[in-house]
Design a protein around this ligand. Structure first.
Ligand SMILES: [Zn+2]
Length: 113
């Protein structure tokens, strides 16, 4: 499962941060996830609890901040909101869109002890 691998990499980052910043417990993890990142949030939540078990982040609260996707429309010459990848421009119906936001997946905040 793709989301398991994502959780493993989050745990790796948490361990690195813990060594650098000298904390031993993670209480809360806030992730920023774009609608075009391909991450399934339910699967991620499930994987998170499994992967964090017996680690410094066991029982940590997972918060997910879903961001908005946006794209640059060439015919309109402006940035337009996007619901899904390959959607046409909501203003002019063009498919000449370049995604500018919504593909991100990053740790936004950590609460630690
Ligand atoms: Zn347009």
């Amino acid at each position: 499962m793709h989301e398991m691998a994502i959780c493993e990499s989050i745990l790796g980052i948490l361990k690195e941060q813990a060594a650098q910043q000298r904390f031993s417990r993670v209480q809360r993890v806030c992730l920023e996830i774009g609608p075009l990142s391909g991450v399934e949030i339910d699967a991620l939540r499930f994987g998170f609890d499994v992967v964090m078990k017996d680690s410094l982040a066991e029982g940590a609260k997972l918060e997910i901040d879903e961001t908005q996707a946006a794209a640059w429309c060439m015919p309109c010459g402006s940035t337009v909101p996007l619901k899904q990848r390959f959607d046409p421009c909501p203003n002019c119906g063009s498919h000449q869109l370049q995604v500018t936001a919504g593909e991100e997946m990053r740790i936004k905040e950590l609460e630690v002890d």
